[in-house]
Design a protein around this ligand. Structure first.
Ligand SMILES: *Cc1c(COP(=O)(O)O)cnc(C)c1O
Length: 344
């Protein structure tokens, strides 16, 4: 095998780009007078946030047991998806590969960047068909494969992820937005072995901080450096950085969130058994269910009439609704309406 060199995968103009360096963030001071950034000297939020996000990276580094220079912080993992595409995909030339059905944002950002989206249809169990994968990757314009596990909207974890990372000649992004609910090992531990791997996680789901907009990418130092080079210097605001640091310090919150979600999941599963309009509940490693209904349109409308909002988007799973696990009060409301759907 040819020796791996990340620079062969990076867009040429990005390789030549100099990052914007905030001088104060890259040097240590004891008691500085800050007259360098035209900020106001007054108020609680008068200072720009740390562009290197070092305090948060240090915290994450400790809980994930990975070096801070293998961590990039994004304004949600959505921003990181966009940045990864920008680093590796030449507009109007390269394409991304994504599973189908999967998270729509990969296609959204690829299209904005004028990169073609190649879709790999999953089988009836929502697994990747390896032969299809081997076939589709013959396209040498494919640069980034977004592999979502547990997958949104199907809920299942993808088997044998290492196979895809090993075989693919471009970058494989494993999106682990729901990993905390799954009990499965994160692909972070594969990073040492595979320089073409990027793992995405987020504070939006199990951590309960979607409003803070903080996502994390784990990868080789070289890839992290490239992401940091092109990100907006102050991409995550100081309120969000501080809230996430606090919630890491208060680790029990995460464990409580996960525990309660799993209790509610179990409760819902039990209740679902008595609801006739449900045809099938797909196995879920996440905080949501993909459910097939006999008359999906009527059920969706009935839920909506009762102001219960659910998700029904992918044409590949047109007879399914994705329903996320709420608290007990919300789940009771859901079940009560679903019971009224029995006659539909
Ligand atoms: C919710 C979700 C995210 C999280 O995005 P943020 O921008 O971090 O809120 C990422 N990937 C998938 C598959 C998701 O479902």
């Amino acid at each position: 095998m040819k020796e791996f060199n990340i620079n062969n995968l990076v867009r040429k103009n990005i390789l030549e780009l100099q990052p914007y360096i905030s001088f104060r963030d890259h040097n240590e001071f004891e008691n500085p007078v800050l007259l360098d950034a035209n900020e106001s000297p007054y108020g609680d939020f008068n200072r720009y946030p740390d562009s290197t996000q070092k305090n948060l990276k240090q915290k994450i580094s400790r809980i994930k047991n990975i070096s801070p220079d293998q961590i990039a912080i994004g304004n949600g993992s959505d921003e990181l998806i966009d940045l990864v595409i920008k680093v590796f995909c030449e507009p109007k030339k390269n394409s991304i590969l994504m599973m189908n059905p999967s998270f729509a944002m990969y296609g959204f950002y690829a299209s904005i960047n004028e990169n073609k989206v190649v879709k790999l249809n999953l089988n009836e169990n929502f697994e990747i068909v390896k032969d299809d994968f081997l076939n589709v990757i013959k396209d040498d314009q494919l640069k980034v494969f977004f592999l979502c596990s547990p997958n949104n909207p199907t809920g299942n974890s993808i088997e044998d992820i290492e196979f895809y990372v090993k075989i693919f000649n471009g970058i494989v992004v494993v999106d682990e937005a729901y990993i905390e609910f799954s009990g499965k090992e994160s692909c972070i531990e594969l990073l040492e072995k595979y320089p073409n791997l990027i793992v995405l996680q987020t504070f939006s789901k199990a951590w309960g901080m979607a409003g803070a907009r903080v996502g994390v990418a784990y990868a080789s130092k070289e890839i992290i450096k490239l992401i940091n080079t092109i990100k907006a210097p102050y991409n995550v605001n100081s309120l969000s950085l501080n809230s996430v640091i606090k919630s890491i310090d208060n680790h029990e919150q995460l464990n409580d969130n996960i525990k309660n979600t799993l209790i509610e999941k179990f409760w819902l599963q039990n209740e679902f058994q008595n609801i006739d309009c449900i045809k099938k509940i797909y196995p879920s490693d996440a905080n949501f269910f993909l459910i097939e209904f006999g008359n999906v349109e009527k059920v969706y409308q009935k839920l909506l009439e009762n102001e219960i909002l659910t998700s029904k988007r992918s044409p590949q799973i047109a007879d399914c609704i994705r329903i996320n696990i709420g608290n007990r009060k919300e789940n009771i409301r859901l079940i009560n309406v679903l019971k009224q759907c029995e006659t539909l």
